[in-house]
Design a protein around this ligand. Structure first.
Ligand code: HPA
Length: 273
């Protein structure tokens, strides 16, 4: 049972940190630097936690960082797990469930994404209003674990509206423009084809990426309040007459990191009230 495995992992982490924060953060490609801003940090490598697997993705460190972000207690995943790494989805989404059992109530997912919406530019930010799960899989397939949530999980309010408003206010306060839109989840690891991107645009997608949807489904299932924000690190395939480059994705994430960090820090401050 995943529930028991998650309890075991959560008790291990609790043993290291005493009490757990109410806010959890997952940092995407190139965005991991925010963890360096956490004061009094406790680092817990995924490799040392029972039932965890390690992150193999470029630009992902593979550890929890627990401490204070400008005075607010947070638990932060510096690096996440992806389906394309070859792990079963229960492994990919396991950290979200562990955070739930630790007592995290609000989860902030961040990611690098390709811009599908022609009004977006490289370096822009987008609040997820909703997603299209185009990965062809679902992390809740298999025996339902009632301890986490119901068999048929409602997805209508997965992306919490009040958190979206709060993120918009935070963006205005720190003086950065922010879009709202629909994120398309794609399994990867190949990038999309230009034809797929044209299809996603017709379907209502604004950005595309290889993470987030599975974590969002699991977070919704176990009743966490969720906010997700993309950094548009490149325009999606076929929009510009150029190849997509993984190094560029990471480089743009790093370039936008200072503004991104200020934005997330302000959001966390506002959530903490
Ligand atoms: N496609 C999928 N995932 C991504 C992209 C993209 O264009 N950019 C960053 N992550």
């Amino acid at each position: 049972m995943v529930y028991e495995k998650a309890q075991e992992a959560a008790s291990y982490i609790l043993g290291k940190i005493g009490s757990a924060p109410k806010i959890g953060l997952v940092l995407g490609s190139g965005l991991g630097g925010l963890a360096e801003k956490i004061s009094n940090p406790v680092f817990i490598d995924y490799a040392e936690i029972p039932n965890f697997v390690s992150s193999t993705a470029p630009g992902h460190k593979g550890r929890f960082v627990v401490g204070d972000l400008n005075g607010t207690a947070v638990i932060c995943m510096q690096g996440r797990l992806h389906y394309y790494e070859g792990y079963p989805l229960w492994n990919v989404t396991f950290p979200v469930r562990v955070m739930k059992l630790l007592g995290v109530e609000t989860l902030i997912l961040t990611n690098a994404a390709g811009g599908i919406n022609m009004k977006f530019s490289v370096g822009d930010f987008m609040i997820l209003e909703d997603h299209i799960n185009y990965t062809g899989v679902n992390p809740l397939i298999g025996k339902n674990e009632e301890g986490f949530g119901p068999r048929f999980c409602d997805m209508t309010f997965t992306y919490d509206r009040s958190l979206q408003r709060l993120a918009e206010q935070a963006a205005a306060e720190v003086g950065t423009e922010i879009h709202k839109g629909v994120y398309v989840g794609y399994s990867g690891p190949s990038f999309e084809t230009p034809a797929e991107i044209r299809m996603f645009r017709i379907l209502g997608g604004d950005a595309v990426g290889m993470s987030t949807v599975n974590e969002a489904i699991v977070a919704s299932h176990c009743g966490m309040k969720l906010l997700a924000i993309s950094c548009i690190t490149n325009m999606a395939a076929g929009i510009l007459e150029q190849k997509l480059d993984e190094q560029e994705v990471i480089a743009i994430g790093i370039m936008r990191a200072p503004v991104f960090q200020t934005l997330i820090t302000r959001i966390v401050e506002k959530i903490a009230g």
